[in-house]
Design a protein around this ligand. Structure first.
Ligand SMILES: [Zn+2]
Length: 312
């Protein structure tokens, strides 16, 4: 593992995405998170790059051409817009493309530095030929497809700890034995019809830290050992937080921080590079969600520091 303490991150919040007044999507959290991490010094200003629109060829590595074309042109019908939960705009497409770009570049950086991430991304509800639940394109799937095409990775692993199942990602890699899709999520939460990933671990409504951490401990290390990945995409959604409007679980900040510490430690001990993506978080107040997202990056910073320290 190369030893370099720079924690590289990509952001998309400079790309405006118009939403109607009172829309539930917490678009403000991304800028709040970036500013908090810069203020604290978790990220250095020169290490945060603005994501650019991902080229269409990248999107086509994981998505159906007709779908991408309709997304770019805004030719969605009312049912598709409803399923997506976001109104179509050029800003929506630009922002989704930027988010994909950030995850691809973070993935390449993670292979060099051990840990790198996207302050957006983790849009795991996007399928090959449709979007849903705020997810237009699947950044993990695009990045995985490109890295494999470039011959940089052979056995990717998705650690999806968002409270909602990573249904799009699971479907996109169904039957692909070289990609492991792990999802720990709330059983009775969206999506009602779950896809079959490589391993799906379900939590009951109201589960707290002990149940979450216990389930993770029982399943994730063994899955990592079984698959022996050469890269991990960590979708570190924080919507399991008690303060979340959409989560149905009762995790605390301490519990989620412990979750992150363990995930980084398990990946670190196996020498697996980690690509961090944001995932969901819909807290009220929004500051609670931003704090939980920030904890993921604080854990990433510590994990990178350990990797960067030469063994005695
Ligand atoms: Zn979610």
């Amino acid at each position: 593992m190369p030893r370099d303490r720079r924690l590289l991150a990509w952001s998309s919040d400079h790309v405006g995405m118009p939403l109607p007044e009172g829309h539930p999507f917490p678009v403000a959290k991304y800028g709040m998170l970036r500013e908090l991490l810069l203020r604290e010094g978790v990220l250095a200003a020169q290490d945060v790059a603005r994501s650019e629109p991902a080229p269409i060829e990248w999107l086509l590595a994981a998505h159906d051409p007709a779908y991408v074309e309709r997304a770019f042109a805004g030719r969605f019908d009312a049912a598709e817009i409803r399923r997506l939960g976001l109104p179509w705009s050029e800003g929506l497409v630009a922002r989704a493309r930027a988010s994909v770009h950030g995850t691809v570049l973070a993935a390449r950086a993670a292979l060099e530095h051990g840990v790198a991430g996207n302050l957006a991304g983790g849009t795991h509800h996007a399928f090959r030929d449709r979007g849903e639940a705020y997810c237009l394109f699947n950044d993990h799937a695009v990045a995985i497809a490109l890295l494999r095409r470039e011959g940089r990775v052979r056995r990717p692993f998705v650690v999806d700890l968002d409270v909602h199942q990573g249904n799009g990602t699971a479907a996109l890699f169904a039957g692909d034995r070289d990609v492991f899709t792990y999802s720990l999520h709330a059983r009775h939460n969206y999506p009602l019809r779950k896809e079959a990933g490589s391993l799906d671990v379900e939590l009951p409504d109201g589960a707290g830290d002990d149940e979450l951490l216990g389930a993770l401990e029982r399943t994730l290390p063994a899955a990592l050992d079984r698959h022996a990945p050469d890269v991990a995409f960590y979708q570190a959604g924080v919507d399991a937080l008690h303060a979340d409007r959409l989560g149905r679980l009762r995790a605390t900040h301490e519990g989620l921080a412990e979750r992150d510490r363990r995930v980084f430690a398990w990946l670190e001990s196996r020498g697996v590079p980690v690509v961090l993506t944001a995932g969901g978080g819909y807290g009220r107040p929004l500051e609670a969600t931003v704090e939980a997202h920030a904890n993921v990056w604080r854990a990433a910073r510590l994990a990178l520091g350990r990797r960067a320290t030469p063994p005695r």
